[in-house]
Design a protein around this ligand. Sequence first.
Ligand code: ADP
Length: 397
Amino acid sequence: MKVLVINAGSSSLKYQLIDMEDESVKAKGLCERIGISGSKLTHKVPGLDDYVVEEDMPTHQKAIELVLAALVDKDHGVVASVDEIDAVGHRVLHGGPTYTGSIKVNDDVKRVIRECFDLGPLHNPANLMGIEACEAAMPGKANVAVFDTSFGMGLEPYAYRYAIPEEYYEKYSIRRYGFHGTSHMFVSGEMIRFANLPEGHQKVIVCHLGNGSSISASISGKAVDTSMGLTPLEGLVMGTRSGDLDPAVVQFICDHENISVDEMLTILNKKSGVYALSGNLSSDFRDLSSAAESGNEKAQLALDAFAHKVVKTIGGYLGVLNGADAIAFTGGIGENDTAMRAKIMKHFEYAGIKLDPERNKVRGKASKISTDDSTVGVYVLPTNEELAIARETVRLA
Ligand code: ADP
């Protein structure tokens, strides 16, 4: 069975064609500048040179048509015809309070995705365009929606409710949803398999640390807590997102700078985080680490503040879970930043959780990084959201 995985953004569309026999990626690629001049498709097939198509893509529909043409192209294609694609899996940001899991797309599902436009204004409209483009280009094929919020829908009310008047929850479904759900679902499941955690000992903390960062606590793959909230702005200090802050900060700055709440939210999403703390130096941890090593105090502050919040969150989740059976690091920083992992985990030596400095040199590869006598196993486990979406698609299609 071959599954096409689609991640549609407002002006971009990423795809992978995965052969589910061996879960191998047959081809993957990216359409850029959809709806803007200078659109481009870059199609990658393992072992072949990149195939670049520079052709106008005024709509997502056109982008999907070019993707399908590339997949069947006689020189760069990987299937003889579109009929070989059995189903399509779509990443969808927000499923609102309706969906606790992935679902095969029908008119009702599309209505809910549309109703969630105000909860995911940047992503949901694009996600729906991706689905409708596939429906038009491949009529009759199953489309499956995999929501970034469904993992967080497993939380209990005491974890997902904000302590604000009930009417806002009742009227607008204002609650914590959590994001990176597909990654947390995938990595918590892989963690159980990789470490062979037996039933009754499957309490896992997943640290997804990348440009956007979040941490989840789960038991046997079911979420118990997760650090993002109504939107991905809550929780950890991130690349350009502030993470948690006192809401009064918003009012204060809006009043004193005479800006709107909308403008303030853009600042909190795009101009804050380690980027802001480093004095607008960079949101990339490689830049921050090398600047800090050369004595840049602001870069050091950014790294310290990031680690501090991660430590507080892991510490909190160790309490929430009443002890963990495994801690997994994933995402660009989690998989690669060996110094950051050591800096974070140093704080848990009091509890007998210890990294092995040699093992902790690993980058981007599933591996145990704690000592054999560590009270909790600590691991690096690369995330693979596309594969998680493809597996969900097989399950439902
Ligand atoms: P996204 O949230 O956009 O998917 P990623 O998970 O790809 O982000 O993470 C991107 C971040 O990972 C980069 O901004 C960079 O800070 C960090 N990163 C990637 N490789 C390394 C590395 N070798 N050392 C330190 N940080 C790294």
